[in-house]
Ligand binder design. Structure first.
Ligand SMILES: CC(=O)SCCNC(=O)CCNC(=O)[C@H](O)C(C)(C)COP(=O)(O)OP(=O)(O)OC[C@H]1O[C@@H](n2cnc3c(N)ncnc32)[C@H](O)[C@@H]1OP(=O)(O)O
Ligand SMILES: CC(C)C(=O)C(=O)O
Length: 875
């Protein structure tokens, strides 16, 4: 059936009340009403599946926790469940002493008696009786005259009074009485007053004290008129009912027209004292009035509602569970989306609002003034309800730069310059439009890090398959840098965050270019222009700076500088400044570092956009003593360029060696570094090496007669290993012994036994050299790939008995135990003690490295190469 063209033929409008001198429109609410929750009665009776006792109990506890002091817990005569629930609360001691439980009964003697049985023994009880008073009900449902309707109410009020007195005596219960003329809003105003007056007279116990007053509950059982009409009806009732001072006027609005909250608020202005409703507005049809909305509406007016919703989410969780009904995402104050701004202009206003408010609150903190909430689009502070600000701004295709910048600030502490906000906004817009989905904060952080090659602390990136992926750090990565004045060799001091220093300088920057570490040199009038010059000169990348800004992030010693730079790329044939622009970001403990990183971040953006091939590094500079960043970095470079995985204990000798060579030779390219490494640790002809020099500073020993002994070098020619019991080995082989006096060498057969191949070789060597050695460390790995693969071994030997003192008996386990033997610790402690005492340590150590297609051969030769560094003498 279509909707009627003339609905007046079917629906009669409400009859306005004649109240020309109404007062309520000019009143303002300044105090909270008395609240009654009828969730467990009116709310429960409206559920398809009424709550179980467990759900009702949980709900009751939640209401108590929220601070409700009057709770209608049941219609106990309706069902065994309701009756049992009431008994359970009372007998289980669930009801706090300051809480009044309310129970509903119709005006029927059997049901009234059953209701009293339910509340026997309770401390504080409100008996609530109702009968229908509206003409529609009188005529249709009860077929009663006005007199009969009054008689029904009066007679059952009398019965209630009688039972109250009986139960008071028996159980010392405190009773109050509430009467509801049902469908008050459709009842003639005079008749509503008349029946209530008669009920009050019959009750005969009403006093002026709050707890003595009779409660007249005036329900908008069905909401049939606008809220101003309800306010008129309430004001009329309040002005005409007898002994108003002995009455609590209670409102019970339903929400058929969606105006329940408005009706309640205007009804309060009309003179009411109390409101009955349900949390989040559950109840018959469109529900009862929502107590959460009413309470929080008052809260935002600076009125303490007397109800506590500071952990609103846990209230929501309980109520959703108990009612088995969802809460609409846009439900006032409570919905999932009510503190969320998707649209750009809202986000922008909120972001600015927070900035201004933070300033005002900081001032108020100093002056002791009030910290007023002062926020566009957000009438309440979400934090007061236990919600976080993070939820406030959410991003989809309707969002603008302000909201996105706000989220970046919240997550990464970056205060993006306005133009960069616009640039990043278009990145996010693109993703949002492509996916058609909301962008979560994590998505925005990820997009930021990916766009600007920024590695955010603690942020990893999910890749297909759900594994955390590494962030693409771009084709250029800053490793280290130094600045120099003019031709000075001494590096300049770096400015700290907040300091500006623009003077002519040279830069040497160590930059990984497509994974290969390179030294880039340039000069300019400031750090950034020096780096841009280096990029131009070394990599043919021509950029100039259009925008630069910076700020510090974090506080105190952990404070860092964040820099933002916009570069213009100058492609051949373009006039200056007309090229494509790129933004970059950098963070570092010093401001120059953050600026340089920002430049490389922007350049990486350009390289990603145009996939440019970069010129080869002709010099292949790997190492420069002036800009090396540390022991571990040198080890990493060696691995990257030559494949050597230098063991941790060996890294320092390697570093010191390269450092001492670079001091005289300047830059070292990869080839030269390889030569030095091989000479020092494989061939041992790179001498003298200060770290291994004998006490007199030479590379060989002086014997008892004062002659310098010729040190021996040993090379493995052939070998055979025999397995003995318990994993021990017997080594037999031919070793070529050469000395500086007989370089042709002498091939000797060497035999020895040990816990493994290396210690067996060592035992054999001790028959041929004057000194004793022990293995301190061993490390091995494969080198190269496929058919080219080799084994690389690293061995550290220690020389014993250097001053003809007794040899220490060292307990060396199998190969794998070399790293952890307690003897190593003892040795290290001895060395340290002797060094502290100013004595020359009795042990001298040497590293040897060997490569071979055979892993055992590489280990054995590494032992010999280490021994070759010890200046041994032949016997
Ligand atoms: C507006 C409101 O929300 S009022 C509260 C409504 N809540 C409920 O009804 C939930 C609980 N109710 C029930 O479980 C049942 O209705 C009971 C147990 C109370 C009564 O059940 P029954 O005896 O089977 O009666 P039924 O449910 O048919 O109720 C209608 C009868 O009660 C009478 N009645 C209805 N309201 C009232 C009242 N306030 N006072 C006296 N009698 C009433 C009706 O006139 C009708 O009487 P009739 O049978 O003589 O024609
Ligand atoms: C019993 C009364 C108060 C009621 O629930 C209503 O009229 O809605």
């Amino acid at each position: 059936m279509p909707m009627l063209k003339d609905p007046s033929k079917k629906y009669k409008p409400y009859t306005p009340i004649n109240l020309p001198d109404r007062q309520w429109p000019s009143r303002v609410t300044t105090t909270a009403p008395i609240w009654l929750s009828t969730d467990l009665r009116d709310g429960n009776q409206a559920l398809a599946n009424p709550m179980s006792i467990e759900q009702k109990t949980r709900f009751f506890r939640q209401l108590v926790k929220c601070g409700l002091k009057e709770i209608e817990i049941a219609y106990p005569a309706a069902s065994e469940t309701d009756f049992g629930f009431v008994r359970g609360l009372i007998e289980g001691g669930e009801v706090p002493d300051d809480v009044w439980i309310q129970v509903l009964t119709p005006a029927r003697a059997d049901l009234i008696k059953r209701t009293f049985e339910a509340v026997a023994g309770a401390k504080n009880v409100i008996i609530h009786m109702y009968n229908a008073t509206a003409p529609l009900f009188r005529e249709v449902v009860f077929r009663n005259s006005k007199e009969q309707t009054i008689a029904l109410a009066v007679d059952h009020t009398r019965l209630i009074r009688q039972l109250v007195e009986e139960y008071e005596q028996k159980y010392q219960t405190n009773f109050r009485y509430e009467y509801s003329p049902e469908t008050f809003t459709q009842t003639e105003p005079d008749f509503a007053v008349e029946i209530c007056d008669r009920v009050r007279e019959t009750w005969g116990r009403a006093g002026t004290e709050k707890m003595q007053r009779i409660i007249f509950n005036l329900p908008a059982t069905v909401e049939i008129a606008p809220p101003n009409h309800y306010a008129d009806q309430i004001e009329y009732f309040c002005r005409h009912v007898g002994e108003r001072e002995k009455i609590i006027v209670s409102l019970h609005p339903h929400n058929d027209r969606g105006q329940g909250v408005a009706a309640a608020e205007l009804g309060l202005l009309g003179g009411a004292d109390r409101i009955e409703g349900c949390l989040f507005g559950n109840g018959e049809r469109t529900g009862n009035v929502d107590l959460v909305t009413l309470a929080l509406n008052q809260y935002t007016q600076g009125i303490d509602p007397g109800l506590d919703f500071s952990d609103l989410q846990s209230v929501i969780d309980t109520i959703v569970y108990c009612n088995d009904l969802p809460i609409h995402p846009r439900h006032p104050w409570a919905g999932e989306l009510v503190f969320t701004a998707f649209s750009g202009s809202h986000q922008d206003a909120i972001k600015k609002g927070f900035e201004v408010q933070n300033r005002l609150w900081a001032e108020a903190e100093k002056t002791g003034g009030n910290k007023y909430w002062h926020m566009p689009y957000l009438p309440i502070d979400p934090a007061d309800l236990g919600c976080t600000y993070e939820a406030v701004i959410r991003v989809n295709s309707q969002s603008g730069k302000g909201g996105i910048a706000y989220l970046v600030k919240q997550s990464l502490e970056f205060d993006l310059p306005r133009k960069m906000q616009i640039a990043f906004y278009s990145v996010i817009q693109g993703i949002a439009e492509r996916t058609g989905k909301e962008m979560r904060v994590e998505d925005i952080v990820q997009a930021f890090c990916t766009t600007y090659f920024y590695r955010a602390p603690g942020v990893s990136f999910p890749v297909a398959g759900g594994l955390a992926g590494a962030l693409d750090m771009g084709r250029l990565e800053l490793k280290s840098f130094r600045f120099y004045h003019g031709s000075n060799a001494e590096p300049m001091e770096l400015p700290r965050a907040g300091q500006v220093s623009d003077e002519h300088r040279r830069i040497i920057a160590k930059v990984a270019v497509d994974g290969q570490v390179r030294l880039l040199r340039g000069e300019g009038n400031g750090p950034l222009s020096a780096l841009l010059d280096a990029l131009r000169a070394n990599l043919n990348l021509d950029f100039s700076i259009r925008e630069y800004s910076e700020h510090s992030i974090g506080e105190g010693t952990r404070s860092q500088a964040a820099s933002y730079v916009q570069l213009v790329e100058q492609l051949p044939g373009q006039t200056s400044g007309e090229g494509q622009t790129y933004w970059g970001v950098g963070v570092d403990s010093d401001i120059a570092g953050s600026g340089l990183k920002a430049v490389l971040s922007a350049v990486n953006g350009a390289l990603r956009a145009n996939q440019r091939k970069l010129p080869e590094d002709k010099k292949g500079i790997l190492y420069d003593a002036r800009i090396s960043t540390g022991v571990a970095d040198v080890a990493k470079d060696l691995q990257a360029s030559l494949g050597y995985e230098v063991p941790r204990r060996m890294q320092r000798p390697v570093y010191e060696l390269l450092q001492s060579v670079a001091e005289t030779e300047g830059e070292l390219d990869a080839t030269r570094v390889g030569e030095i490494f091989d000479a020092a640790f494989i061939r041992h002809d790179f001498k003298p090496r200060p770290a291994y020099a004998f006490p007199d500073g030479s590379a060989s020993r002086v014997n008892g007669t004062g002659e310098r002994e010729a040190s021996v070098k040993m090379f493995l020619k052939t070998f055979n290993l025999k397995a003995l019991e318990q994993g021990a080995r017997e080594f037999s082989g031919t070793i070529l012994f050469t000395t500086s006096s007989s370089s042709d060498g002498e091939a000797r057969t060497v035999q020895g036994r040990g816990n493994g191949p290396l210690s067996a070789l060592l035992a054999g060597l001790h028959e041929h050299v004057a000194q004793r050695m022990a293995i301190r460390d061993f490390h091995g790995h494969s080198l190269g790939q496929g058919s080219e693969v080799m084994a690389a071994s690293y061995v550290e030997l220690v020389l014993e008995n250097i001053n003809d003192e007794p040899v220490r008996e060292l307990q060396i386990g199998s190969l794998t135990n070399f790293h952890v033997g307690s003897w190593q610790k003892r040795l290290a402690a001895d060395e340290e003690r002797e060094a502290q005492e100013g004595k020359t340590p009795k042990t001298t150590s040497s590293w040897g490295v060997a490569k071979d297609v055979d892993i055992t051969a590489s280990g054995l030769q590494a032992v010999l190469n280490a021994a070759n560094g010890l200046g041994l003498t032949l016997v």
